[in-house]
Design a protein around this ligand. Sequence first.
Ligand code: SF4
Length: 201
Amino acid sequence: MEVDNKGKRYIYSDTELDRAEGEAIEALKAHSQQPIPDPDKWLDEEVRRNILLTTVDWALNWARRSSLWTVLCFPACCAFELMATAASRFDIARFGMEVMRASPRQADLMITAGTLTWKMAPQVRRIYDQMAEPKWVIAMGACAISGGIFADSYAVVPGYNRIVPVDVYVPGCPPRPEALLHGIKMLQEKIAKRSLLKEVK
Ligand code: SF4
């Protein structure tokens, strides 16, 4: 004597027993077409904790903005504020910028700290041309932006942007280190918006 689970009826023959068993298996098959999800969700959490998803643009821009190397090109008095920015109190090493290079080929940032005369202009342009790509320029101080108090002089270039393309302007005569740091942060934001796709077009 056997009992059918569904109908609670007594089954006496082997044929009926086989049929009842077959029906039960078919019913289980019909309800088992999809895998049962793991209620703990441990795998999702593990993936979220251990995989960092980002773009090539973000990684490249992060590396570039976090390791700006400045070329030595400080023609006048703003240079002292730049030196103060690099020294321990303000410490541009925090931005990965402590490496100042005497060779333009090892630098990607020009901070134009000082008055530029026409006599020096070709050398500044040559230094810029020899810098590694991509490269940026921060015009530091009134003289670098517009010639400053010497703007009317026959000998002074009325702004570095006559000679090289300038990315960020930091006003002041001279600007304090905090102002230069703010300019560096602005340049970093500008670099963060670069796209590799636009560069290769
Ligand atoms: S902006 Fe002022 S401090 Fe800077 S180089 Fe010109 S005169 Fe000197």
